[in-house]
Design a binder for this molecule. Sequence first.
Ligand SMILES: NC(=O)C1=CN([C@@H]2O[C@H](COP(=O)(O)OP(=O)(O)OC[C@H]3O[C@@H](n4cnc5c(N)ncnc54)[C@H](O)[C@@H]3O)[C@@H](O)[C@H]2O)C=CC1
Ligand SMILES: C[C@H](O)[C@@H]1OC(=O)[C@H](O)[C@@H]1O
Length: 253
Amino acid sequence: MLLADKTLFITGGSAGIGRATALAAARQGADIAIHYLGHDEGAHSAVAEIEQIGRRAIAIEGDVSDPASARRFVEEGTAALGALDIFVNNAGICPFHAFLDMPGEVFERTMNVNLHGAFYMVQAAANQMVRQGKGGAIVAVSSISALVGGEYQSHYTPTKAGVHSLMQSAAIALGRHGIRCNSVMPGTILTDINKEDLADAAKRQYMEGRIPLGRLGEPDDLAGPIIFLASDLARYVTGASLLVDGGMFVNLQ
Ligand SMILES: NC(=O)C1=CN([C@@H]2O[C@H](COP(=O)(O)OP(=O)(O)OC[C@H]3O[C@@H](n4cnc5c(N)ncnc54)[C@H](O)[C@@H]3O)[C@@H](O)[C@H]2O)C=CC1
Ligand SMILES: C[C@H](O)[C@@H]1OC(=O)[C@H](O)[C@@H]1O
């Protein structure tokens, strides 16, 4: 097992990529702390499934944009599980909107959740790892959108570039503590975040057509790459990012 007796803390663990990763990490031997907002059913059923696998789990609700919520997640999760070995920063939103009339509140909420939230969470998790004194691994869910733009994502793509950059700087700041920091860059993965956008058949067909592997991603497609980066198999990998997009990024023509 790749994560035997490790503890893994994950934001956005009640749905989509985060939920799939939490369950897969439990199957690899980890105890799991889930942070989430507003999906009680998804969070509680994930805890139940993890316990059925034979691992411990706790779900803590909060808003990642609030720095106090990050401190509470780390404190309460560590009290429950005993330590924080791996941190996965995954929570995010993408309310698709045109650029020219983007409401300030939509821009600011997206920045606050995706980028400020990542900063506070990663900072709180890293401080706990430093206190423990035995290193650790941090994986952030960035996006292919860190590298390319989107007409209805002008508020969102900068947050994903920011998360990618945060991992690079954190890798430098935390290397001396034995803490590795990496990111994954998913392509288009079918989850609640894009259900409405991809309900447009023409858009969905266009996105599928761009992917050499011939299909949109599933949440489970991310679990393996995240667990790899979190595990000792990646013990000399830090400051790196891994595209998980079925080949979409390289498909120019
Ligand atoms: N689905 C996709 O195609 C892609 C997703 N991503 C990224 O993957 C991450 C996960 O997205 P999905 O699983 O697709 O979305 P999702 O909508 O299925 O899940 C989002 C999760 O984030 C949590 N969350 C949202 N806002 C929060 C807040 N303010 N405080 C605490 N928790 C909050 C939700 O409770 C939920 O657990 C996001 O950061 C997203 O940007 C990146 C590239 C592609
Ligand atoms: C929400 C989008 O469909 C999804 O998120 C991203 O980061 C990429 O732009 C994907 O297409």
